[in-house]
Design a protein around this ligand. Structure first.
Ligand code: GLU
Length: 306
């Protein structure tokens, strides 16, 4: 299938809708300043075909999409032991909910809600120590072939205002579920969320998720086993888009991971990875037009896991 005409068509349908709905994330001041009327989309097939449209080369704050990559690093090193501290069920609650965490004695429902990703960051710090942030950058550099960096302004902005994330981390610490101190864990978490990447880079970086764990470029290098990759895709489908995972499955039917910067990564197993970005979010914290673009893609191509 030739994908470039498909993405051009979607871009033409989305562009008139820019600015017509949704709001940028305002609880992180550096994100509140991002102009809402932008849209980009990129894909990369398992055999290396690429296509992109709109603002696909413009870097943005990937926010929770980073949870995919830190989970990958943790799964590589910890195997089954990772799941002693983190569950695998959809939360059915907002991504930063405190109530559920208290009811469940500091064990996050899944690795994609904030509490779960903070727990993963803690595990990475125990494994890699002070190098943990560098290890995340090295992974992203290797997956994209580009020098990827943290947007330090976004990280500082979140550190200055991340009251809920401090509350979540303190809760987990009080239940003995974090090994490192709260400041260090959140510094790691805020930096991973502040990774700055474009749709083209994200579609490339996620390539191992449609290739049974095989590195998107390097022949013979496995990031994850086939089984681990299947598990990440399942978690994306059931937990990757906050408490709109049911709606995503209903309308799109692909494993997806979204972030409050307006990015969404989607996987068509054995075929391709897609990244979309548009900063205006709906009430569930997902990119309004990003979701619409994915729905159009599935409708036009018939590519879905269902
Ligand atoms: N850094 C954001 C936060 O912790 C990430 C949220 C998201 O993208 O879902 O609130």
């Amino acid at each position: 299938m030739k994908f470039q005409p498909v993405l051009d068509e979607i871009d033409a349908e989305i562009r008139p809708l820019l600015g017509a709905g949704g709001t940028v994330a305002s609880y992180i001041p550096a994100l509140a300043r991002v102009p809402a009327a932008q849209f980009g989309m990129a894909l990369r097939t398992c055999d290396g075909q690429e296509a992109h449209a709109g603002d696909a080369n413009k870097p943005f704050s990937i926010q929770s999409v980073s949870k995919l990559f830190t989970l990958t690093l943790a799964m590589q090193r910890l195997g089954e032991a990772l799941w002693e501290r983190i569950g695998r069920e959809p939360s059915g609650n907002p991504f930063n909910s405190l109530v559920q965490l208290e009811n469940e004695q500091g064990k996050p429902r899944n690795p994609f809600i904030n509490a779960g990703a903070i727990a993963v960051a803690d595990r990475l710090l125990s494994l890699f120590g002070r190098e943990a942030k560098t290890d995340v950058l090295e992974l992203m550099n290797s997956l994209t072939g580009d020098p990827i960096s943290f947007d330090v302004e976004v990280a500082a902005s979140e550190a200055a205002t991340g009251y809920r994330n401090y509350a979540l981390a303190n809760f987990m610490k009080s239940f003995g579920k974090l090994d490192n101190d709260v400041e260090t864990v959140l510094d790691m978490y805020f930096h991973q969320c502040a990774l700055s990447m474009s749709c083209v880079q994200l579609a490339r970086a996620a390539g191992y998720l449609c290739r049974d764990g095989v590195h998107p470029w390097a022949p013979g290098v496995n990031l994850l086993t086939e089984r681990q990759t299947r598990r990440i895709n399942s978690l994306m489908l059931t937990c990757g888009t906050y408490d709109a995972a049911g709606e995503f499955a209903f309308r799109i039917g692909l494993p997806c991971k979204s972030g409050v910067g307006g990015g969404i990564v989607a996987v068509v197993p054995d075929q391709l990875t897609l990244a979309v970005w548009s900063p205006a979010l709906d009430a569930t914290g997902n990119s309004l037009l990003g979701m619409k673009a994915l729905e159009l893609f599935v409708t036009k191509t018939g590519l879905s896991v269902f």
